[in-house]
Write a protein that binds this ligand. Structure first.
Ligand code: SF4
Length: 654
């Protein structure tokens, strides 16, 4: 009887937990899990709940957890760990139940998850995966909340790995201080396990330890990178797929590690300097399986694909897939700025389906490059790289750092001009930020230099977290914002679009970038569509709002976002007007002529407002008003029509 009541209660909580989810799939999935649990309990099996969570971070302005209705791309670490856990064989007496949450696109309801885990005398383990430095404060709060409810937690990712790699717990005073100051000691004291290093080949051990009740406080695999050759690739959790904007996109990491050692980068410290690659058979299986599931766009998140010893075989496989089997895929990749010197690398990448390449340029100033130990970036070759990539139809996306040692406000403005002259397709500017795990962070910490203690701000965009040798914090931040504004100004974007290339694709890309930066103030790859807020998910230290206060806050925020959105829309219209193909007497040009700009219309509307303020109501009956209203309508219609027809052709192409 008790068991039946428990089953009914479990179904009720399951429905209540998932009912607000947009995916009905979630409800069905949870009910099936609970029925399976009932059957397992009747058979005498132990139920093991594993809850995988990719935590988000707090909005630095108001303390709410950052979340979106739809994300841009699936979380790569979450997909990797999901597949690793899914493949574990824990014996006939254990039933594994997996729940997966990506907090950037889902609400993590701690209380309800804890309730679901509490049924059937189950053992439950929460795994906080892929936690970056700026997500660590949120991950810590989640971990402590689960611990309060008696659930075991393990936390992995770049923050834990970076700190333990740079400050090994060998008893040294500085290392112990780092362990405490970067939040790891507090977690261990509260019974949270830490996982440093890569999870491949180790997840089974962690789960077995947990089942046997002997979880370790620290699992440290730094310096012992696993052999990836036969390891599986990520799989996207089905429920999460429905919350991703580009559903046909899948992240794959064909190799890990980087032979270089840039001072600001934790990658060679955490992943090592020897490139480890998945075998060709694993790669082929992953591509084929994902293709069958509908994936048409891959995001190759390898630290540096150009240094993968098997890059050529992988590209050849993708080319053969397209030519012999008609399975055409597109992908984006990361490679260093010297990749164009590798014979046929870019040519084969393009043939294989590469559409965009990210490359860490960091600076156009050789003194800065020397200071960050990136001598392999040769300023005189940047132009060659861009031209080579464009020759093969690959768009170039540069990463550029603001606040390197030789930077001044004037030099940054000058460097942005130089950057514009190189004609990259996209540039992501970031503030120089010493990330735990990188060499520059260790140096500053050991020298006792002041650094912002709030890791939530270590997202490379919020604010400078350390002092600059020349600029004040205000000058630094102003130069950073000016760089974004200059590069993505209407004039520069319009002139870039006029140069040719795939107009629709480029316009959409830039629209997304401007939306993320200008409207949301977030990194474009980490942002999402339509911001969501959860009243109770607010950072400790910020006041808790009651329902009415929260709705007022949301209304104010909606107005602010609406204003920014309007500004963005007007800028995009202006960009389109200045860059569109103009065929005299055809299409929209028939109505607009060749020289119409949105500024003319905007100037007219503001003069009209001025006249109304001066009680000159005659202007309301003028022909001019009709003419401009008509012109504005035609412009808006033309813009929306162009935008959606470009979107349609982009989706068809992919
Ligand atoms: S910044 Fe790029 S090239 Fe430099 S170490 Fe990191 S991954 Fe390697």
């Amino acid at each position: 009887m008790k068991m039946i009541l428990q089953a009914v209660w479990a179904f009720f909580v399951a429905v209540k937990t998932q009912i607000r989810s947009p995916a009905l799939f979630s409800i069905g999935w949870e009910l099936i899990q609970q029925m399976g649990n009932l059957r397992a309990v009747l058979r005498g099996q132990q139920i093991l709940n594993v809850v995988l969570i990719a935590p988000s971070r707090y909005d630095p302005e108001n303390g709410f957890v950052i979340s979106s209705w739809r994300g841009v791309l699936p979380n790569s670490s979450l997909a990797t760990i999901y597949n690793l856990v899914l493949r574990q064989r824990l014996g006939p007496n254990v039933r594994l139940v997996l729940r997966v949450y990506d907090e950037y696109v889902q609400q993590v309801r701690i209380g309800r998850i804890a309730k679901l885990c509490g049924f059937w005398n189950a053992m439950s383990l929460v795994m906080l995966t892929g936690v970056q430095n700026n997500q660590f404060p949120r991950a810590t709060d989640l971990a402590l909340e689960f611990r309060k409810r008696g659930i075991q937690v393990i936390i992995g990712g770049f923050h834990v790995s970076g700190v333990l790699a740079q400050f090994p717990q060998d008893g040294g005073v500085v290392n112990r201080r780092a362990f405490r100051e970067f939040g790891l000691l507090g977690l261990v004291e509260n019974g949270v396990s830490l996982f440093a290093g890569e999870a491949e080949g180790r997840i089974g051990m962690v789960l077995q330890d947990f089942l046997a009740g002997r979880s370790q406080p620290i699992y440290n695999f730094i310096g012992k990178p696993p052999d990836l050759s036969q390891e599986p690739f990520p799989i996207i959790y089905p429920v999460l797929r429905s919350r991703i904007f580009v559903r046909f996109a899948v992240p794959l990491q064909p190799c890990r590690g980087c032979p270089f050692r840039c001072r600001f980068c934790p990658t060679p410290v955490v992943h090592g300097r020897v490139i480890r690659s998945h075998s060709m058979s694993c790669f082929e299986t992953a591509v084929r399986e994902n293709y069958q599931r509908g994936a048409r766009y891959f995001v190759f998140t390898a630290d540096n694909l150009a240094r993968d010893p098997y890059w050529e075989q992988k590209f050849d496989f993708l080319i053969a897939l397209k030519e012999k089997e008609g399975k055409r895929i597109r992908f984006m990749m990361q490679a260093d700025t010297g990749c164009h010197r590798i014979p046929r690398f870019l040519e084969k990448a393009a043939l294989a389906g590469c559409r965009i390449m990210f490359s860490g340029m960091e600076s156009v100033n050789p003194r800065n490059l020397a200071a960050i130990n990136k001598p392999h970036n040769r300023v005189e070759e940047y132009q060659e790289l861009v031209q080579a990539a464009h020759t093969y139809g690959i768009a170039i996306h540069f990463g550029y750092m603001i606040g390197l040692p030789a930077d001044t406000p004037e030099s940054i403005a000058q460097d942005v001009e130089t950057l514009l002259g190189l004609h990259p397709d996209l540039v992501t500017f970031s503030l120089v930020t010493p990330l735990p795990g990188a060499d520059d962070h260790r140096e500053l910490f050991c020298q006792g230099q002041p650094m912002d203690p709030d890791l939530n701000a270590y997202d490379l965009m919020t604010r400078p977290v350390t002092a600059h040798p020349i600029m004040s914090q205000e000058e630094w931040m102003a130069a950073f914002q000016a760089a974004w504004s200059k590069f993505y100004s209407v004039e520069n974007v319009a002139s870039f679009l006029r140069k040719g290339g795939n107009y629709g694709r480029d316009l959409w890309r830039i629209a997304w970038y401007k939306y993320a930066i200008d409207v949301l103030g977030q990194h474009p790859m980490g942002s999402g569509f339509h911001r969501k807020r959860y009243r109770r998910a607010r950072r400790p230290g910020f006041p808790k709002l009651n329902w009415i206060q929260f709705q007022l806050f949301r209304a104010r925020e909606a107005v602010q976002i609406g204003k920014k959105f309007r500004q963005l829309a007007l800028e995009l219209v202006e960009i389109w007007l200045q860059s569109r193909e103009k065929e005299a007497g055809k299409g929209i040009s028939r109505w607009l002529g060749d020289r119409a700009t949105r500024s003319d219309v905007a100037a007219y509307w503001s003069s009209l407002t001025g006249r109304l303020v001066r009680n000159d109501f005659r202007c309301l009956f003028s022909r001019e008003l009709l003419r401009y209203a008509w012109l504005d309508l035609v412009i808006m219609f033309g813009f929306l029509h162009a935008l959606f027809s470009h979107l349609q052709s982009y989706l068809e192409e992919n």
